[in-house]
Design a binder for this molecule. Structure first.
Ligand code: ASP
Ligand code: MG
Length: 419
């Protein structure tokens, strides 16, 4: 039997009517001849409520109990989905992570898959069950405790099952109808993409296009799982939504596929640090230890120090999320107090945003950066930091120009046009 994985996110199973609607979509695939593994999230809002209860009960909570509690939302939806399917005469049963079992590492609240054992579910399929409903977001640690995979982790469960069971496709049903060239709330000209390459999706996901958990895209890319993002609130067919797939499957080739942004960025500059071997390691080592997600890094050309003409100095600039600025400052101050680094001042700019253009076409086209910069200059947007990778160019700009910059770049690369 060909097999499909169908994942329903929180808003798609938010109440009994929606669960019924999702079950109908499952039934239709059964009628088309598929066996189906359904992965469910908790009803929308449920996980937040459970996290709130944990934090209210115990501020420095035991992570194992956090996982035991927070994973329970998915158990409820898995059972309800199985019951709903049974009511529609579809033979189905629910599976919690430990029953499969889904083995993970012991890193509670951000566990990673180690293996998914197929035998139990395979046996049920051969007994005539058509659907295995699996609770997303959870697994079993080597110690036999319940683990969770990090917020949004059900996407990753769905991809992992698709790889383990060699599913024909992994359909992610959600509250949007696909992946767009940019955020439709920012540009009215945003267009839904029919297809997008894994690598592009990975950049967009990590830049805050929150439709898919980043890790699920990494896993899909590694195991070449074809992912489809589509709406659970519309009538859908084989062509609905956006297919996230290998770049070889993509015909329409644009230089740039999307414009992404990240609103809450901060730019920090260490003014006058010594320019010597090991200085970058001495700065970014403590930041890494403090768990700071450093993104862009710029080191200025070095110059000789005014006071002592034999010593070279430089400025070091980096960006990180605004929520981590206080922690970054503390880590740097401690490194200075311990004598590992020396600097005059730490200049913080908390009002910047990052805007990026992403596209695999950049590998084979020149002039993308020039086109991007001239579009920004035409709008009088000043660029503070630039960074590039093989398929992405990012700029840091004043936050108040973020929407304007996204719109200007969407226009400049004609992303509203199909090809
Ligand atoms: N329910 C979990 C969350 O809200 C996992 C998921 O929905 O993907 O993060
Ligand atoms: Mg999600």
């Amino acid at each position: 039997m060909p097999l499909l994985v169908m994942k329903f996110g929180g808003t798609s199973v938010a109440d009994l009517t929606r669960i019924k609607n999702a079950a109908q979509k499952v039934k239709r695939e059964i009628e088309r001849g598929y066996d189906v593994i359904v992965i469910v999230s908790a009803m929308s809002g449920k996980t937040n409520e459970l996290v709130g209860w944990v934090e209210e009960t115990s501020p420095l909570f035991d992570a194992r109990e956090y996982d035991a509690i927070v994973s329970s939302g998915e158990n409820v939806t898995a059972g309800l989905m199985a019951l709903t399917l049974q009511e529609m005469d579809v033979p189905a049963r629910s599976w919690q992570g430990w029953q499969v079992p889904i083995n993970t590492t012991a890193t509670h609240s951000s566990a990673r898959f180690t293996s998914i054992e197929r035998a139990n579910i395979d046996a049920k399929f051969s007994e005539g069950f058509k659907v295995a409903v699996v609770a997303g977001f959870q697994g079993l640690s080597p110690e036999g405790r319940i683990t969770t995979l990090g917020r949004g982790g059900s996407d990753t469960t769905a991809v992992a099952f698709s790889a383990a069971f060699q599913a024909e496709r992994c359909d992610i049903y959600t509250d949007v109808d696909g992946i767009y060239t940019t955020d439709p709330r920012i540009s009215k000209k945003a267009r839904k993409l029919d297809r997008i390459a894994f690598e592009e999706m990975l950049e967009l996901a990590s830049l805050g296009a929150k439709v898919l958990q980043t890790r699920s895209v990494e896993l899909a890319m590694r195991f070449k799982v074809r992912l489809r993002v589509l709406s659970s609130f519309e009538d859908t067919d084989e062509n609905s939504g956006t297919l996230v797939c290998d770049e070889e499957e993509i015909m329409e080739s644009k230089v740039v596929s999307g414009v992404a942004y990240s609103r809450d960025e901060a730019k920090l500059t260490l003014v006058t640090v010594e320019d010597r071997p090991g200085i970058a390691a001495a700065i970014f080592g403590p930041l890494a230890k403090a768990g700071i997600n450093v993104d862009m890094i710029v080191q200025n050309i070095s110059e000789l120090q005014e006071a002592d003409k034999t010593r070279a100095v430089t400025d070091m600039t980096f960006s990180c999320p605004t929520s981590q600025v206080a922690r970054a400052r503390k880590a740097l101050e401690e490194a200075a107090a311990q004598g590992h680094i020396k600097y005059d001042t730490l200049v913080e700019d908390n009002d910047v945003a990052k805007v990026s253009v992403v596209g695999i076409g950049m590998r084979s086209h020149t002039g993308v950066a020039a086109r991007m910069f001239s579009a920004l200059s035409a709008e009088n947007v000043n660029i503070k930091v630039i960074s590039t990778s093989e398929i992405k160019i990012s700029v840091l700009i004043d936050r108040k120009y973020m929407e304007l910059a996204v719109q200007a770049l969407h226009d400049a690369f004609e992303l509203d046009k199909v090809s």
